[in-house]
Write a protein that binds this ligand. Structure first.
Ligand code: HEM
Length: 104
């Protein structure tokens, strides 16, 4: 049996620059750290059965987020650090105390 742990792979310091830092630019075409190895970035799996909805899924999420960010301000309590629940996919253990305020 082979077990793959994306959380671990996605935090390997020998492959990612400052892996724990929120740094969306690491995925941009200039740096493309996720392309250094075919199995380094695996939210959509990899190899022959890699998700066929990858590009559609990314566009869909960006479209939804775009609409939400235009309509709401998202905040969490100051200094908040999200406790992770790794039971299945990584999700907030405390259900995430996020506040949404409608923008004008
Ligand atoms: C954020 C959204 C999505 C995530 C995170 C995701 C993730 C995954 C993962 C992890 C796999 C398994 C890949 C593997 O075995 O290596 C997979 C397979 C698959 N996904 Fe997605 N997926 C997403 C959206 C979609 C969408 C929108 C579609 C269709 C429009 C889709 C269709 C499929 C199909 C058909 C497979 C099976 C591919 C095969 O076995 O050959 N997925 N997906």
């Amino acid at each position: 049996m082979v077990a793959v742990t994306p959380w671990l792979t996605h935090h390997l310091p020998e492959w990612w620059t400052d892996p724990a830092r929120f740094d969306p630019d690491r995925f941009g075409s200039a740096r493309a750290e996720d392309r250094r190895h075919p199995f380094l970035w695996t939210p959509f799996g990899g190899g022959a059965h890699k998700c066929i909805g990858l590009h559609f899924g990314m566009m869909e999420v960006k479209t939804i987020l775009h609409r939400l960010l235009l309509a709401f301000r998202f905040t969490v309590p100051e200094g908040y650090v999200m406790p992770q629940d790794f039971t299945s996919l990584p999700i907030p253990k405390d259900r995430l105390p996020m506040r949404l305020e409608r923008l004008a």
